[in-house]
Design a protein around this ligand. Structure first.
Ligand code: ATP
Ligand code: MG
Length: 255
């Protein structure tokens, strides 16, 4: 392709709102299509709640010419709750039944199964051309962590992970969808040596670091509030945003 063709293709890129104006601002509009957006953080920081919120906000057309569309949800941790989408739909004045009907759900049981499901995802995106706008994987690493737990299996794990991620990149570009993945954290063994402020880091190593276009870290703040920080992005500054987890999904913090 010429740079001009690439530029034309990138004109089709759209952003999906997170439900929080501050977080959208941090992301220069929201979760971007033709890219992989990764959020990571400790337990209860809101990764799954944000995933549920995006299931609904993806269906809302906006003033930038985005028409809304369907969502594919790949669940590896068994934490998807369809009924959680109901109060979020209410908040945006959407019909609950229609909202649930537009989310296609699949549960992966092993890392191999997770990889295979991407064939199904691609087939579905092809079959219903242009209808799907978002692919969520909550979480990307959980099954890899279980299936490749030994030290000696790390190289093998990273190779399989690389295949899954390049598949995700291809899907995001070919079908112009946003890919949203969640990730876990682990203690960084090198942290004490390098005097890092935050001794925890996302898992998945360099393979995941390079595959994700935008990486966002989440941490807890007071009460229902959470703080999102841009960890790595090709075109966004390293700043922070505060949002809240409410019954109506991710929203703006009250103060
Ligand atoms: P994990 O690493 O364990 O998967 P996570 O980052 O996915 O954690 P979430 O499950 O997204 O965490 O967030 C849990 C938080 O969301 C809890 O603090 C919980 O109180 C809050 N929460 C869940 N449901 C609701 C709701 N209906 N209304 C308000 N807050 C809620
Ligand atoms: Mg979760």
């Amino acid at each position: 392709m010429t740079a001009l063709e690439v530029s034309d293709r990138r004109k089709q890129v759209f952003k999906i709102s997170t439900g929080s104006t501050e977080l959208d601002k941090l992301l220069a509009g929201g979760v971007e299509s033709m890219a992989i957006t990764e959020v990571f953080g400790e337990f209860r920081t809101g990764k799954t709640q944000l995933s549920h919120t995006l299931c609904v906000t993806t269906q809302i057309p906006n003033s930038t010419g985005y028409h809304g569309g369907k969502v594919m949800f790949l669940d590896t941790e068994h934490t998807f709750r369809p009924d959680r989408l109901r109060p979020i739909a209410d908040r945006f004045n959407l019909d609950q039944t229609a909202v649930l009907d537009n989310v296609l759900y699949a549960r992966a049981y092993t890392s191999e199964h997770q990889a295979e499901l991407l064939d199904f995802v691609a087939a579905k995106f092809h079959e219903e051309a242009g209808l799907f706008k978002l692919l969520i994987i909550d979480s990307i690493m959980a099954l890899f962590r279980v299936d490749f737990s030994g030290r000696g299996e790390l190289a093998d794990r990273q190779q399989k992970l690389a295949q899954v991620l390049s598949r995700l990149q291809k899907i995001s570009e070919e079908y112009n969808v946003a890919v949203f993945i969640t990730n876990q954290m682990t203690a960084d063994p090198g942290a004490t040596l390098s005097f890092q402020v935050d001794p925890k880091k996302p898992i998945g190593g360099n393979i995941l670091a390079h595959a994700s276009t935008t990486r966002i870290s989440l941490r807890k703040a007071r009460g229902e509030n959470r703080i999102a920080k841009i960890y790595d992005s090709p075109d966004l500054p390293e700043s922070e945003a505060t949002f809240a987890i409410t019954n109506g999904g991710v929203a703006d913090a009250k103060d």
